[in-house]
Structure formats: structure tokens, C-alpha cells
Design a protein around this ligand. Structure first.
Ligand SMILES: [Cu+2]
Length: 192
């Protein structure tokens, strides 16, 4: 009798190990599938009478990665507006919470005007029509969505800011406003 029980116990153990292996394989294979897809992000943009949305898609380009950004906004004053990726994923209590321009390098300098337009987060101007609507598409190799030294999804996140004035794409004194001056809309960039 005792001998029989031993065998039955061994069978149960083997069964448990096989079940555990089967479980472990499932998450591993689904992770591999999703890593072949493009990584995406988005931001809901808000300001005084301003609403908009930014979509972010990271794609492989040659040996590197690029991020495609599509921005659509309404409620802005007609003309050109500076747009940048800012260093901190916060828009409250006011838009200064988003910090300077995203520029994480060891020699980075987030000052919006003094190190402009050399920040990793610098982008082209947004052109706004007579009805206050604007769309901008840009592709940048200066940032990533995937983990790494240039990732927008770093420890403190990142935000997209629209400024009241055109970005003059030049270097100025701190607080000179050459990169667009007042912040009129802000959106925290989130993973999707
Ligand atoms: Cu800015």
C-alpha cells in the first residue's frame, strides 16, 4: 500500500511542473507579439478656450527609431505658435509645472531660450488658420517612446506645450521668449 502511494505522489508532482511550464510560456509569447507593433502615446491638450490632441507613434527607421507626432488644436490665435516637448509630465497647478524643454543628455540644458533650438524636445511651429485651427505633423529622431536615454516616458514623464507666439528657432537670453513666450496650452503625454 505504501509503495502505491509513493508512485501516485510522484505522478502528481510531474503534472504540476508541466502545468507551471505551460503557464509561464503564455505571457512570454504574447509579449513577443506586442514588441513587434509600434509603440504609441497621446496627449489631451487644454488651455484657456484651447483644446487639442497629440498622437505619438514610434517607428523603426533603418537602424534607429523615429517618433511621428500629429498635433491638432482648436481655439488658438491665428498665425504661428511654438510647440515643444517639455521635461515634466505635469500641467498643473499651471503650465510652468511642465518644466523646461525636454533635454535629458548629460550636457542637457532645458532653458527654453538659452539652449534653443538644440533641445531634444524642440519641434516645428504650429500654423493656425483664421478660424483658430491648426494641424502639425513632425517626425523627430531626437526622442523615443521606448525605454532609453531619450525616452519621453522617463521617471517624471513629459508634456507637450503650445506657446502664444511663434518659435523664432534661434538662441536667446534666458526669459527672452525667443522659443515662443507664454504657455497657452499643455498636455501630459501618456502611453496608449
Ligand atoms: Cu516650449
Amino acid at each position: 500500500m505504501q509503495h502505491r502511494f509513493m508512485i501516485a505522489g510522484a505522478m502528481v508532482l510531474v503534472g504540476a511542473v508541466v502545468a507551471a511550464l505551460g503557464q509561464a510560456q503564455k505571457p512570454a509569447s504574447s509579449a513577443a507579439t506586442s514588441s513587434t507593433g509600434n509603440i504609441r502615446g497621446h496627449a489631451d491638450i487644454k488651455g484657456d478656450q484651447v483644446t487639442g490632441r497629440a498622437e505619438f507613434v514610434e517607428e523603426q527607421q533603418g537602424a534607429g527609431k523615429v517618433v511621428q507626432i500629429t498635433l491638432t488644436v482648436t481655439g488658438l490665435k491665428p498665425g504661428q505658435h511654438g510647440v515643444h516637448l517639455h521635461a515634466v509630465g505635469k500641467c498643473t497647478p499651471d503650465f510652468t509645472a511642465a518644466g523646461g524643454h525636454f533635454d535629458p543628455g548629460p550636457a542637457g540644458n532645458p532653458d527654453p531660450d538659452a539652449n534653443h533650438p538644440f533641445h531634444m524636445g524642440d519641434l516645428p511651429n504650429l500654423q493656425v488658420d483664421a478660424k483658430g485651427r491648426g494641424t502639425m505633423k513632425a517626425v523627430t529622431s531626437r526622442v523615443t517612446l521606448s525605454p532609453g536615454p531619450l525616452s519621453l516616458f522617463d521617471a517624471d514623464g513629459s508634456a507637450i506645450i503650445i506657446h502664444g507666439n511663434p518659435d523664432q528657432m534661434t538662441t536667446g537670453e534666458p526669459k527672452s521668449g525667443v522659443s515662443g513666450g507664454p504657455r497657452v496650452a499643455c498636455g501630459v503625454i501618456e502611453k496608449r
